[in-house]
Design a protein around this ligand. Sequence first.
Ligand code: 5GP
Ligand code: MN
Length: 330
Amino acid sequence: MTNNPYLEIIEHLKKANTVAIYMHINPDGDCVGSSLALYSFLSKVGKNVHCFSASDPAVPKKLQFLPNSKVINKFQALNKYDVSLGVDVGDAGRLGDALYKQYLKGQTKIVIDHHEENKDFADITLRENNAAATTQILYKLMSYWDKDLIDKDIAIALYTGIVTDTGSFSFSNTSTETHQIASELLKYGLDNAEINRRVMKDVSYNVFNLRNRVLNNTKFYNDGKIGIISYKLEDFEKTNTTENDTEGTINIVLNIDSIEIAVSIAEIADKKYKISFRTKHKVSAAACAKTFGGGGHFHAAGCRGYGHFEDVYQKILSVCQEMLDHYDAN
Ligand code: 5GP
Ligand code: MN
């Protein structure tokens, strides 16, 4: 066995007949892109591939333009797979209980991911936290295996992951390697303007209405360095939207020039909240999220919150203020 996790993973996948691919809850463009790129690639080399999402819909509406998106959750799960493969999954909890149980039944358990260090739960973990996206890692994996098998559909899925997680090549995680790989992917003739528009810009009329409601109530603290938006169940009900429709809105707050930390608190059930952190400069969003048992990347992270809204809100605000004080003092 080799020490190179790329080759080790390829070796296991070559031997496998059945492969189950697992996505994290509320899958984003990187997670769905990873899953679909692997589905196409592994199918081409003759594997029986099933993709699983714990979310409903399995793929968010805005990503359903991706080739083959209908294959996710299409198959009845087998009792056992040769390989369980988690993509873009920073920790086991992100799979949700049911999928995690199923994941554990794989003969060989693999994770390919790019989140900050976390408790590893697989037999083989390929984690590059300096990779902008999981699809950036997958491009390298596929190139090691057989670059000729990459086709336009795979390129679209891989490129979508990179666009999503770099905010169209604008976040600090965008590296020379990111641009090099994106440039290779463009050669497959994909429509980059269309993908960027669909992934980063388009919103439904309902999401526009949801944004108007919550942005209007943004609260600012510490001379406008912290901004917090909150969604109540009522905001989703009144605009016919769901927690999946919160994506991207936090960036509108982050984009205010004075802001160092933007937070979004979304009530998703009674006393249960989906929380997102986005930061600029030296404050770590991952550190904020870790305080509440979550995680993510340096400038983008998330966690769940439980309890009365006011209590959760105050705890989050004080963690953000502590992080900011620490940053200001250094
Ligand atoms: P978002 O705020 O867009 O949901 O997520 C931002 C980043 O944080 C993503 O990379 C996502 O995987 C990660 N993240 C979001 N929520 C959680 C969570 O509850 N636990 C962990 N470990 N990571 C999360
Ligand atoms: Mn990702």
